[in-house]
Design a protein around this ligand. Structure first.
Ligand code: CP
Length: 318
C-alpha cells in the first residue's frame, strides 16, 4: 500500500496541523524523562536521504526516528552512488528494494520529492527542496509560537528578508495563514516573488518600520548560494543597514524567529540572535518532537492505526 507523503504544507489541512502539534506535545513529555525512547515505530525503517547540506533538519529527523525505535539509514549525496552519476529515480528504486516506510528527503531542486514519491510505496517527507517547500520547518515554527507566544489565530507574523529564495517562507506563510495568523512580508522588491500577494495572501512592504505592528518577526536568511552573480541587493552591508533586524528596530515584547543557519550581522544582529527574546534555540529544540510527531502521523495509516494509537497511549500513560 502506498503511504501518505508530506511534500508541501498544503498537503495538510488545519485539523491535520492541529493533530500533529498535539502529538508533538505528547512526545515532549517523553523528552522530559530519563529514558527518552519509545517503541512506537519498532520494525519500521526510515531512510534519511540528504542531498543538500543540513545540520538541524538531518540531526533532528535522525534522532526523532531513533527515539521512536525505528531502524534508520542516513545517506548523504557525498559518498553515495549519486556521485557516480546514478539518477535520483534509480537511487530511490534501489533503496525501495530494502522496504523503507519513510524517505525523509532534502534536495537542491524544487520538485525532487514529488519525483521520488512516484517511485516508492513509502511516505516521502520533504525536508527542504531548493527554494520550494520545507513543511516540517513550518510545523515546528507553529508549534514554537503556540507554546512560547500563544494561540496563532489572530497573531500578526512578519517575514523579513529573502522571501524569493526561501522554502522556509513559502511553507511558513501558508502554514501561519492556514492557522489563522495575519501574515505580512517586509523585503526589498528584488527579493519578493511576483506571485506572493496573490498566491500566498501576504501583504508586502519595503519599509522595515512596518515590522512594528507584528507580534512575531520572522527573520529570513540571505541565501547567497542561490543568488548567483546577478546581485539581488547592492551589497550585504547595504542590506544589513536597510533590512537587518536589530534591537533598535523592535519594540518591547516582540518575539523573533529564524530557522537557521544565520548570517549574524547581515539579516540579524548577533546581540539579537543571542537575546532570550529570540526563539531561535527553542525552534531548533522543538524540531525533534515535531518530527517525531510527523513520522508517527504518517505511519499511523489504517493498517497501523490500532498499534500506533496503543503506542501513543502508552507514551501518555507512562
Ligand atoms: N532550518 C533548517 O532547515 O536548517 P538546516 O539547513 O541546518 O537543516
Amino acid at each position: 500500500m502506498k503511504r501518505r507523503s508530506l511534500i508541501a504544507i498544503t498537503d495538510l489541512d488545519r485539523a491535520d496541523v492541529a493533530r500533529i502539534l498535539r502529538t508533538a506535545n505528547r512526545f515532549s513529555e517523553v523528552m522530559g524523562r530519563d529514558i527518552k525512547k519509545v517503541p512506537t515505530l519498532r520494525g519500521r525503517t526510515v531512510v534519511n536521504l540528504f542531498l543538500e547540506a543540513s545540520t538541524r533538519t538531518s540531526t533532528s529527523f535522525e534522532l526523532a526516528a531513533k527515539r521512536l525505535s525505528a531502524d534508520v539509514v542516513s545517506i548523504k549525496g557525498s559518498g553515495s552512488s549519486l556521485e557516480k552519476g546514478e539518477s535520483l529515480k534509480d537511487t530511490v528504486l534501489t533503496l525501495e528494494a530494502y522496504g523503507p516506510d519513510v524517505f525523509v528527503m532534502r534536495h537542491p531542486h524544487v520538485g525532487a520529492c514529488r519525483i521520488a514519491a512516484k517511485h516508492t510505496q513509502a511516505a516521502v517527507v520533504n525536508a527542504g527542496d531548493g527554494k520550494g517547500e520545507h513543511p516540517t520547518q513550518a510545523l515546528l515554527d507553529l508549534y514554537t509560537v503556540e507554546r512560547e507566544v500563544g494561540p496563532i489565530d489572530g497573531l500578526h507574523v512578519a517575514f523579513v528578508g529573502d522571501v524569493l529564495h526561501s522554502r522556509v517562507a513559502r511553507s511558513g506563510i501558508a502554514g501561519f495563514r492556514m492557522m489563522g495568523a495575519d501574515v505580512s512580508v517586509v523585503a526589498p522588491p528584488t527579493l519578493v516573488p511576483r506571485d506572493l500577494e496573490d498566491a500566498l495572501g501576504a501583504s508586502v512592504s519595503a519599509d522595515i518600520r512596518d515590522i512594528a505592528d507584528a507580534d512575531v518577526v520572522y527573520v529570513l536568511r540571505m541565501q547567497m548560494e542561490r543568488m548567483g552573480r546577478g546581485g539581488h541587493v547592492p551589497s550585504l552591508r547595504e542590506y544589513a543597514a536597510r533590512f537587518g533586524v536589530s534591537h533598535e528596530r523592535l519594540r518591547p515584547g516582540q518575539r523573533v524567529m529564524h530557522a537557521g543557519p544565520m548570517n549574524r550581522g547581515v539579516e540579524i544582529t548577533s546581540a539579537l540572535a543571542d537575546d532570550p527574546q529570540a526563539l531561535i534555540e527553542r525552534q531548533a529544540a522543538n524540531g525533534l518532537v515535531v518530527r517525531m510527531a510527523v513520522l508517527y502521523d504518517l505511519l499511523a495509516g489504517p493498517e497501523d492505526a490500532p498499534a500506533a494509537r496503543e503506542a501513543l497511549a502508552s507514551v501518555t500513560a507512562a
